[in-house]
Design a binder for this molecule. Structure first.
Ligand code: AKB
Length: 329
């Protein structure tokens, strides 16, 4: 039986991944870790939880040894907008944290999942249909840590035979846990504001095109990639994956199909706009489709319908979105 460890388990991806892995592999076989205590009782009580700082290598190895871990999903990271306001912290957590996890994974012969991002690309990357293998010269600290992360994961695979795999995530949309500190967060905030107030003030330009994905597809992507036949993988770190592509104006039109009175205005934040402008309009994810069968289920229409339905229930029920949506599964 596999024993898994998730870092950043209280975060946007980690909370849903932990729950999905526990359903698949058994509650006791998935160790959730974070520097924050989960407020979601189910996440905290359904399986093992450890306080773990990814900057503490000794504690990491103790936890890995104690739980006999063989697979690590390393999700603890600082996102793009927070990274620009605190570059030093972004470097510490995103680079030193990854290095500590790779070293522990090497020592205990674990497989490791690393989430890269569209942020690994930069202004000189081809913007449309961005190829799998292309120019990667990001000009944000977040992007620098993502490119370096991809390279060091590949290095550990080549040099030490470590089974490191990863994807380049686009913006992720979820009704369970809200993101924090990202450039693509508007695509989640807009749903909360549409339901609560019928209007949204967007910090990106109306025509700013970015790749996006609904969280259930992101969870499947991580699990499927880690379970994929290694002999079929030509690439490892990291695969372009996308599910849909839209601008704030297009998303607002889609929401209006469900909430006709919804209005949007634009109050552009120059820092986040500059970050978004340096990222691809849309990526080519054919390598992921060919090498491990990547295929998303949710397009813009399906995601919007599901998101509005689930989030409305959670908000009207007066529960946190996290607690409510977990019960609904
Ligand atoms: C961010 O906006 O920083 C993240 C990402 C695209 O990596 N959501």
């Amino acid at each position: 039986m596999k024993k898994m460890l998730v870092t950043g388990a209280v975060g946007q991806i980690g909370s849903e991944l932990t729950s999905a892995l526990r359903q698949r592999h058994g509650d006791e076989n998935v160790v959730a870790t974070d520097i924050r205590m989960p407020t979601d009782v189910e996440l905290r009580d359904s399986g093992p939880f450890e306080f773990l700082d990814v900057l503490d290598p000794h504690h990491i190895t103790r936890v890995m040894q104690m739980h006999e871990i063989d697979t690590v999903y390393h999700l603890a990271a600082v996102l793009s907008a927070t990274g620009e306001s605190r570059p030093n912290i972004a470097w510490q957590i995103n680079m030193n944290g990854l290095y500590n996890m790779l070293e522990a994974a090497r020592q205990y012969k674990c497989a490791l999942f690393f989430p890269s991002s569209i942020g690994a690309f930069g202004p000189s990357t081809p913007k449309d249909n961005t190829p799998q293998d292309t120019i990667m010269r990001p000009d944000t600290i977040y992007g620098v840590t993502k490119v370096a992360g991809e390279l060091i994961c590949n290095y550990y695979h080549k040099r030490f035979g470590l089974d490191a795999r990863g994807v380049r995530f686009p913006g992720l949309i979820s009704y369970v846990t809200e993101p924090g500190g990202g450039t693509t967060d508007y695509a989640v905030e807009i749903f909360h504001e549409a339901i609560k107030h019928g209007s949204y003030s967007c910090y990106l330009r109306d025509d700013c095109s970015l790749d996006m994905m609904y969280m259930p597809d992101a969870i499947h992507a991580m699990i499927n990639l880690m379970e994929a036949d290694a002999s079929k993988l030509i690439h490892r770190n990291s695969f372009n994956i996308t599910a849909m592509n839209f601008t704030p104006a297009i998303l607002a039109e889609e929401i209006k199909k469900h909430i006709p009175e919804f209005t949007i205005e634009y109050n552009v934040d120059p820092v986040r706009q500059e970050i978004a402008d340096s990222w691809p309009n849309y990526m080519d994810d054919s390598a992921a489709r060919a090498e491990w069968g990547w295929k998303p289920k949710y397009d813009l229409a399906a995601m919007t319908t599901d998101m509005l339905e689930k989030l409305t229930v959670a908000i009207e029920g007066g529960e946190t979105s996290t607690a409510k949506s977990r019960k609904d599964r």
